[in-house]
Write a protein that binds this ligand. Structure first.
Ligand SMILES: C[S@@+](CC[C@H](N)C(=O)[O-])C[C@H]1O[C@@H](n2cnc3c(N)ncnc32)[C@H](O)[C@@H]1O
Length: 216
């Protein structure tokens, strides 16, 4: 995580950015692919960790909810050891954003969303939980709501990244591929509008897949 140079008075979105090169592709893609006019729309950031997007979308008029269940609490007053993983209460930095500390598969949120996004999270889950998440995305999105996912891939393959904080998640044979996830979305009531893969991203050990889907 880059050092924080801003004062509290500077725009929140300038305050931090993970020191992980793929995010320089993922965040601009997210910012381009959410609905153009975000005013009054409800957005959910699943597995938000510590990232700048909630501030960017709140600045564009969205009502943003973040959700993460990481055991590490990220304290805005002590950022020396931050990375992109962790539980951050974004409302401490920006009252327009609310944050839930819960596993997504166990979360209960009554009001539906116009857009749900998740940056580099779902590939870290066992396939059974991944499928629960897809069902939950479908339940929580309004009809024609937008789902945006980015996923790490094993370099020069289409295999979904199979590690989470240094631990193997499950056997690669059951974990699945990028196309598995796309097929699962189709089976869960999504129309997949766009997919792409970026490879050979400098100074990183992953390729990255991008998926834009719409709830039917
Ligand atoms: C690789 S980090 C990505 C963080 C952030 N989205 C970003 O842009 O860098 C994965 C995050 O997903 C969270 N996560 C993993 N499993 C989760 C679950 N079951 N429910 C909610 N969050 C989860 C982790 O705690 C971690 O903060």
């Amino acid at each position: 995580m880059a050092p924080v140079t801003g004062s509290r008075q500077e725009p929140a979105s300038d305050r931090f950015f993970p020191a992980h090169n793929p995010r320089a592709l993922e965040y601009p893609w997210l910012a381009e692919n959410v609905p153009a006019d975000l005013r009054g729309l409800r957005l959910l950031d699943v597995g938000a960790g510590v990232n700048p997007l909630p501030f960017v979308f709140a600045d564009r008029g969205a009502v943003v909810v973040t959700l993460d269940n990481h055991p590490a609490t990220r304290d805005p007053d002590h950022r020396e050891h931050w990375n992109e993983w962790g539980s951050l209460d974004y409302s401490r930095l920006d009252p327009r954003i609310s944050s839930l500390r819960v596993a997504y598969e166990q979360s209960v949120i009554a009001q539906p969303f116009d857009c749900i996004y998740s940056v580099s999270v779902i590939e870290h889950l066992p396939w059974r939980i991944r499928r629960q998440w897809l069902g939950k995305f479908a339940q929580q999105l309004k009809s024609r709501g937008v789902l945006l996912l980015t996923v790490d891939l094993v370099p020069d393959t289409d295999l979904l990244w199979n590690m989470s904080e240094g631990n193997v998640v499950e056997d690669a044979a059951v974990h699945g591929e990028f196309s598995t996830l796309i097929d699962e979305l189709g089976q869960t009531g999504f129309a997949v509008a766009d997919t792409r893969v970026e490879r050979r991203i400098p100074a990183t050990r992953v390729d990255v897949g991008f998926i834009k889907a719409m709830r039917r």
